[in-house]
Write a protein of this length. Structure first.
Length: 489
């Protein structure tokens, strides 16, 4: 195993990176900024119906201006951080080349982006290169952009020639109270590092620096805990890499403590997002595994101290050989950073007519991602994927985030089908679908989504619920993990 010494590098000659500028400093995902908030505009049916798409006679546009259908509009400062779309009938289809995407910023009459949908998501038109944008073939039936589109005085995203089209869409944006330090999008930005980070999930995303790494091989005894690293602060852990036989991952518990609080305490498969032994592991920007090795590159800041501990189950039949590396950055974390936390999601069966509650967090905090396995406890087939997600920040009503379906949230479309066959497994840096299980009548799926630039930031609370199928009547089963940041209890 190779773990380089590392330290986040702030932008030379500039202020601290903005909340979406992960390529400048991965540590920004740990910052809980009271001056930032995340919103989602989508084609969800505002009346809670089954059809969460725009179509002829059933418009989901915010408004229409000079023949353009507006799908997102704000007068705030911030950045569009994710755009998702899909079209098709039963399975995903290529996006209609007659439909154009136009983006205007800062009140300008002329669009800064004016491309057909296949051009925008195709990955070949500068500066919209893959994998910063992904078409349906690479994203399980969805078309996704992670190109940041910052603006100082507002933004409008619209579709041209889509009045009669059947199309599903989502636009996520990080909005700021003030435009300070924001440079509006021009298309000439150097995002080569962001592109490299997304192109090589599983590769260390941290820049080389003067940090220190503790690494060795230990023998774990059944029922015994072993401290892999104890670090004094202020500092931040930037890498935890473990190597052990894949079939024995479930025998080991990992515990992480920061500033005297144990914020992670769960079996390794849960922490690293592995849905079940037969699943392909997550392989994402910050966490995942493969070939008998699991890794976390999440920033884990602390002020006074940190401890990384593992324990082999007392029920294990024999001892276990474990190779590990734990790295610290060697620098104090930025102000406003929260403690890294991982929380088990476990919904045995939701009640018909009630949304499944995946998260009910008390803030302040910032959601960084989740990896979950979902299905239904009834013979509803794939209907569980039809449920819309609702994320409610600080008890807001109406919520600032209402999605269009489970597979849409995880970057796919049409049950992750890109052809008439079975749904396709895929793994990208920020989202993927890793497993299909269950039975034909009661199937299940495992998927993940990291949210470094579009995870909700909350002052008091975050509630994350998922509707039970298209009308809320499908009982759901959810289990997995959420990674997030929160201040000291």
């Amino acid at each position: 195993m190779v773990v380089a010494a590392a330290m986040a590098l702030p932008a030379t000659g500039q202020e601290a990176p903005l909340p979406w500028e992960i390529w400048k400093d991965p540590g920004v995902v740990a910052r809980i900024r009271s001056d930032a908030r995340v919103v989602l505009a989508s084609s969800v049916d505002p009346d809670g119906g089954s059809y969460d798409r725009h179509s002829e006679g059933d418009s989901r546009f915010v408004r229409v201006i000079d023949g353009e259908g507006v799908i997102f509009e704000t007068e705030s400062a911030g950045a569009v951080t994710r755009i998702w779309m899909t079209q098709g009938d039963g399975i995903s289809a290529d996006l209609d080349p007659k439909i154009r995407l136009r983006v205007r910023i800062d009140g300008a009459d002329d669009p800064v982006i004016d491309l057909s949908l296949p051009e925008f998501f195709g990955g070949e038109i500068p500066p919209f290169f893959s994998p910063m944008v992904l078409n349906r073939q690479h994203s399980g039936g969805g078309n996704v952009s992670y190109m940041p589109l910052p603006f100082r005085k507002g933004c409008r995203v619209s579709l041209v020639n889509a009045e009669n089209a059947k199309i599903w869409f989502q636009v996520s944006a990080m909005l700021m109270d003030e435009p300070a330090d924001i440079i509006s999008f021009t298309g000439a930005e150097d995002l080569s590092r962001w592109r490299r980070m997304l192109a090589h999930p599983g590769t260390d995303p941290w820049a080389v620096g003067p940090g220190e790494t503790v690494s060795e091989t230990v023998i774990l005894q059944p029922g015994k805990a072993h401290t892999l690293a104890a670090v004094d602060g202020p500092d931040q852990i930037t890498a935890i890499v473990l190597r052990l036989p894949s079939h024995r991952l479930g025998e080991v518990v990992i515990r992480l403590s920061f500033d005297g609080q144990t914020t992670v305490d769960m079996p390794l498969p849960w922490f690293f997002g592995i849905g079940r032994p037969s699943c392909r592991p997550v392989r994402s920007l910050f966490i995942g595994g493969d070939q008998g090795e699991v890794y976390s590159y999440f920033p884990m800041p602390f002020r006074s101290g940190a401890e990384v501990e593992v324990e082999l189950s007392a029920a294990s039949a024999k001892r276990l050989k474990l190779a590990f590396a734990v790295r610290r950055s060697g620098s104090a974390p930025a102000s406003g950073t929260g403690l890294f936390r991982a929380l088990t999601i476990d919904v045995p069966a939701s009640v018909r007519g009630r949304d499944a509650v995946l998260l009910d967090l008390v803030g302040p905090g910032r959601l960084a991602g989740l990896a979950v396995t979902a299905g239904s406890t009834s013979s509803a087939g794939w209907a569980f994927l039809e449920g819309d997600e609702t994320l409610r920040v600080d008890g807001e009503d109406p919520p600032s985030w209402r999605g269009t379906g489970v597979e849409d949230f995880f970057g796919g479309g049409f049950y992750f089908r890109v052809d008439p066959g079975r749904p396709g497994i895929f793994r990208q840096a920020l989202h993927g679908m890793t497993c299909i299980g269950g039975t034909p009548g009661q199937p299940s799926m495992s998927f993940y989504r990291l949210m470094p630039a579009d995870g909700p930031i909350f002052d008091r609370s975050l509630n994350f619920e998922v509707e039970g199928g298209p009308t809320g009547e499908v009982p759901l089963r959810w289990r997995g993990v959420a990674w997030y940041y929160g201040f000291t209890d």
